[in-house]
Design a protein around this ligand. Structure first.
Ligand code: FES
Length: 166
């Protein structure tokens, strides 16, 4: 025999179980909606913020002429640029190898610029002495500012024969 209390308790359990399951699924749905809402908010914020790539300026001041004695090749490491000065004048030249983009090195003992990656060699004027580099090292526009500083613009390439007469 089942007592009345036991029957009532059983009824409570029966009536309560579907409610718990419904609450559980409601909570799951609420969590899913909250996660979807947060995701949508993140995507919206990323979309509305400017997608800008900050790069260093292409124009830089390279000191004064006194920093570059006649018959010298000076490597400016942070700009990856050579400043070459001869008795005819001065020019700024990229130090990036025209083969696959390795950074070249000035070798004063052999009077040439050498690429450590695949062995290309360049003369101090940038012309290719030995491949596989397909092109000479490009020259950049160089000028003297009003205060006498040398200013190089890496965005503007000039002819391989262009020299800043100083
Ligand atoms: S990257 Fe300079 S020779 Fe290949």
């Amino acid at each position: 025999m089942v007592s009345r209390d036991e029957r009532n308790a059983g009824e409570k359990i029966e009536t309560k179980t579907p409610g718990n399951r419904r609450d559980f699924f409601n909570e799951i749905a609420g969590c899913a909606l909250a996660i979807a809402g947060i995701g949508a908010a993140v995507v919206t914020v990323e979309y509305s913020s400017p997608n800008v790539l900050f790069e260093p300026p292409t124009t830089f001041r390279a000191g004064s002429l006194d920093d570059y004695p006649v018959d010298s090749v000076t490597f400016i490491q942070d700009q990856q640029v050579y400043i070459v000065r001869t008795e005819k004048g001065l020019w700024a030249m990229s130090a990036v190898c025209t083969h696959l983009g390795c950074i070249t090195q000035w070798k004063p003992e052999s009077n040439q610029i050498a690429c450590p990656c695949h062995g290309s060699k360049f003369q101090r004027d940038g012309t290719v002495q030995a491949g596989p580099a397909p092109r000479p090292l490009p020259r950049f526009a160089a000028r003297l500012a009003a205060d006498g500083a040398l200013v190089v613009d890496k965005l503007e390439t000039v002819k391989e024969t262009e020299i800043l007469k100083v």
